[in-house]
Design a protein around this ligand. Structure first.
Ligand SMILES: Nc1ncnc2c1ncn2[C@@H]1O[C@H](COP(=O)(O)OP(=O)(O)OP(=O)(O)O)[C@@H](O)[C@H]1O
Length: 254
């Protein structure tokens, strides 16, 4: 197996420590799910992978690039190899689904594009293939804002795939979806990772989804990795300890 991501004693301070001495190696093709309470450092960890943030100390190495030391050009080249899926899908609602997917290839093209026909035919075909992969080829010419949330997130996955990424970062990709759509999106990401040997780092708040679709669970608490274990066979109670100490909702009075 080759190594896709390595964190070597990484700390990140914003005044408070968001990451505290994190060491982690992710192999190519692994699906790693990050779990932890709000504010435990999941998004900060993801942002170090594509160099949106740089470590205060320690080393982050991604696809052979030392992210903390990389110059602007090197970072841009690295980012082309990394796809990102967000909680908010960030589609352009007034454009067709297909054009939204095509925009995933902008990093591979020269110059801006306006309108579906401004993309090379070969690329439109590639985009349609990716839409087919996420089960939405029949929606290609529909406006993106006419799709359900789950469908829009699948379009966002297709758009990220058109970038031909080696790593996919997903920051709470199902946080705004219903349980069925959430499972559908996670299953898709998992299957595509297996088909293409795509490395996935995904933050989630849903323990059951993490256990179902992750290869490996990394648990963070106050910026430290307190759990790093294969998802298969991981005791649910043990994973729940990540959330221990969260104040219960006050009981309704009346
Ligand atoms: N740009 C920033 N400036 C200052 N503090 C930040 C910044 N980004 C993150 N932090 C702090 O770092 C800590 C970790 O935040 P982070 O967003 O990584 O947590 P998280 O686990 O992703 O939370 P959530 O589940 O709510 O998204 C928090 O205390 C947060 O306030």
């Amino acid at each position: 197996m080759s190594e896709a991501v390595r964190f070597d004693r990484v700390s990140k301070s914003f005044g408070t420590l968001a990451l505290d001495d994190v060491s982690l190696t992710v192999e190519s093709g692994e699906v790693v799910v990050l779990l932890g309470r709000s504010g435990s450092g999941k998004s900060t960890l993801l942002r170090h992978v594509d160099g949106l943030q740089r470590p205060t100390s320690g080393t982050v190495t991604v696809l052979g690039t030392d992210v903390g030391r990389a110059g602007g050009g090197e970072l841009r080249r690295l980012r082309r190899r990394i796809g990102f899926v967000f909680q908010q899908f960030h589609l352009i609602g007034s454009l067709t689904v297909l054009e939204n997917v095509c925009s995933g290839a902008l990093g591979r093209l020269r110059g801006p594009r306006l309108g579906l026909l401004s993309y090379p035919k070969r690329l439109r075909h590639e985009a349609l293939d990716e839409l087919d992969r996420v089960g939405l080829a029949d929606r290609a010419l529909q406006r993106a804002d006419t799709l359900s949330g789950g469908q829009q997130q699948r379009v966002a996955v297709a758009r990220a795939l058109l970038q031909r990424p080696e790593i996919l970062l997903a920051d709470e990709p199902v946080a705004s979806l219903d349980p069925e759509s959430s499972a559908q999106v996670m299953r898709l990401i998992r299957e595509i990772s297996a088909e293409r040997r795509l490395t996935v780092l995904c933050s989630l708040h849903q323990l059951d989804l993490a256990l179902s679709w992750g290869d490996r669970i990394v648990g963070l608490r106050a910026g430290r990795t307190v759990l790093d274990a294969p998802a298969a066979g991981l005791d649910r109670e043990r994973a729940m300890e990540l959330y221990a100490g969260v104040a219960a909702e006050p009981a309704a009075v009346g």
